[in-house]
Design a protein around this ligand. Structure first.
Ligand SMILES: [Zn+2]
Ligand SMILES: [Zn+2]
Length: 117
């Protein structure tokens, strides 16, 4: 037996290198990613690049405008299957939603403190 596989090492399913466990991102409730951070970053970039390159403009249901895919935030939700999560609203709408929400929360907080706003 020449194989040396100490418990703190893990084999990356992409580059097949044995790397320390802290080089693998934890996945909530499912241990750690099968890919090392380097491969994960590379694969994520590649998937997103392909997504932005190939996709047609999308209709944002919030502002009712056709916008390029690059205006919709995308994240890789499953690296092994290449499944993406894509925001249904464009970046502008998401940002303004966020702003209105934080403003409203601020006003509510001030009212609770007895301020007249
Ligand atoms: Zn790797
Ligand atoms: Zn929009």
């Amino acid at each position: 037996m020449t194989s040396r596989n100490p418990k703190n090492l893990k084999e990356c399913r992409s580059c097949n290198e044995l790397k320390p466990r802290n080089q693998f991102r934890p996945i909530s409730g499912r241990g750690r990613s099968p890919l090392c951070k380097t491969c994960q970053n590379k694969k994520t970039k590649k998937l997103l690049k392909a997504h932005y390159k190939d996709s047609a403009p999308r209709l944002c249901p919030c502002c009712n405008e056709m916008k390029p895919t690059s205006d919709f935030q995308a994240k890789v939700s499953n690296l092994m299957t290449g499944k993406l999560w894509i925001a249904n609203k464009c970046k502008d709408c998401r940002r303004s939603n966020f702003l209105t929400r934080s403003l409203r929360e601020m006003f509510e907080m001030m009212r609770e403190k007895g301020l007249n706003v």
